[in-house]
Ligand binder design. Structure first.
Ligand code: SF4
Length: 439
């Protein structure tokens, strides 16, 4: 009899990718995914700790699982991901209904660890970092018909931005050998995937831990040669490591989608220095200008933070000014939240909560105006869309994205799923576009 597996994912695309790997590994052990935790024999909560709000959400979710555990004693509850890595021991002490806590490098051992917990009946914690061996096994990806897939090309980070917990919970930077990445993508393409998004905390420094001297632009070039693959995206890039060689790829590699996510975090040089970001606002702007010269229609998105310790009104205005200069396609914006163990945790969190909230509202309003303007400009344009599947909003519609990563909904038949179509944009909304297939 198959056993039920319920996986709940918080946080970034890296976690989404890790959750898929968890499903694939446990499928080989006879588990099948269920959409209701009540039907599960194993529940995996794959967590994020990048902001306090995400961590609090997970803690309350874990609390709510206690009832289920009481009703079904042989249920195994697993805590995985970044919060598990950071606070696993203390959480296990507080939440006696947890069975297994695994760190970010332990995914490949999950089946063995679950078997061990079943055998011993005792809770288990495994948080060690593996080095020298990339943590993704050759387990097959889940069998689904999605034409888009995430492919991890590296893990960890060596940058130590002062607010960020990632280097502590994901470990030092480690690139995955190119041959392994290429083999995974070829396999995905055979299963019908047409678009891959290459994942890493800082993909621009891909290759630095490998001995064969391969760079990220060279990896992109090799991925482009894979027949049947139509589109390549990557995330996330660090502005300080965005080389001319990489920028040039947007002009010369036809499969590389014209979109870059380039977090700037602040428009103030003083704050950027305190954040240990390694670039100035002038350097950031210069890179965007260069990218737009090379690839005029490139979409630029970014992450930005308000209320970092020491951020004055003047610093905040510098952030708004940078937004005005760049006019981003979209922004992911956050209030600074103190993360235990980081360098910034020792700084005085001196921007009052209400000021952070007010700055965030102002910034988001500005960005909404810019996003709206960009979306509005697309009405009447013809864009290429990869049909990804059914739209969440309407049973009649399909959904897909433009090369610039904008969501488009349009009527389409199921036999068009997985294909590239030309769509004429008929309507713009703040978070998506509407259109109709013309080819
Ligand atoms: S580059 Fe900075 S923000 Fe990004 S993961 Fe590394 S330390 Fe965190």
């Amino acid at each position: 009899m198959t056993k039920g597996l319920y996986v709940e994912t918080y946080g970034c695309q890296m976690n989404v990718r890790d959750s898929r790997q968890i499903v694939a590994l446990l499928k080989e052990e006879g588990y099948s995914e269920v959409s209701d935790p009540k039907l599960a024999d194993v529940i995996v909560i794959n967590t994020c700790t990048v902001r306090e709000k995400a961590a609090q959400k997970v803690m309350s979710r874990l609390g709510r699982l206690l009832g289920l555990k009481k009703r079904k004693e042989d249920l195994i509850i697993v805590l995985a991901g970044c919060l598990a890595q950071q606070r696993g021991e203390s959480i296990l002490k507080r939440m006696a209904h947890l069975d297994l806590v695994i760190g970010t490098h332990q995914i490949r051992h999950l089946p063995t660890l679950i078997r061990k917990v079943r055998y011993t009946g005792a809770p288990l914690i495994e948080l060690s970092f593996s080095t020298g061996l990339y943590c993704y096994p050759e387990a097959p990806l889940p069998e689904d018909k999605e034409p888009c897939a995430f492919v991890t090309i590296m893990q960890g980070c060596n940058n130590f931005c002062t607010y960020c917990v990632v280097p502590y919970v994901r470990g030092p930077e480690e690139s995955r050998p190119a041959e392994e990445i290429l083999a995974e993508i070829r396999c995905l393409v055979e299963k019908g995937v047409r678009e891959v998004t290459l994942l890493g905390q800082n993909v621009n420094s891909y290759g630095q831990t490998l001995t064969d001297g391969i760079t990220f632009p060279q990896l992109l070039e090799r991925i482009c040669e894979i027949e049947g693959l139509e589109r390549i995206r990557f995330t996330t890039s660090h502005p300080k490591d965005l080389s001319e060689e990489l920028m040039a790829c947007f002009a010369r590699l036809p499969k590389l989608c014209p979109h870059i996510h380039l977090p700037f975090q602040s428009g103030s040089n003083k704050i950027l220095r305190l954040m240990n970001r390694g670039y100035t606002r002038e350097e950031y702007i210069e890179k965007i200008v260069h990218l737009r010269n090379i690839c005029p229609h490139i979409a630029i998105t970014a992450d930005v933070m308000v209320g970092f310790p020491g951020e004055t009104e003047e610093d905040f205005c510098a952030t708004l000014d940078l937004m005005e200069k760049i006019r981003f396609d979209n922004l992911f914006s956050f209030k600074y939240s103190r993360r235990e163990g980081t360098y910034a945790a020792n700084m005085v969190d001196d921007v009052p909560a209400e000021v952070k909230a007010e700055r965030l509202t102002i910034l988001q309003k500005k960005q909404e105006a810019h996003t709206w303007e960009k979306h509005q400009a697309l009405v009447g344009e013809k864009v290429e869309v990869l049909v990804e599947g059914r739209s969440k909003n309407s049973l009649m519609d399909a959904t897909g994205r433009t090369p610039t990563n904008k969501i488009v909904n349009f009527p389409a038949s199921e036999d068009q799923y997985g294909k590239l179509v030309t769509v004429k944009i008929t309507q713009a909304f703040l978070h998506s576009l509407r259109g109709e297939i013309i080819e």
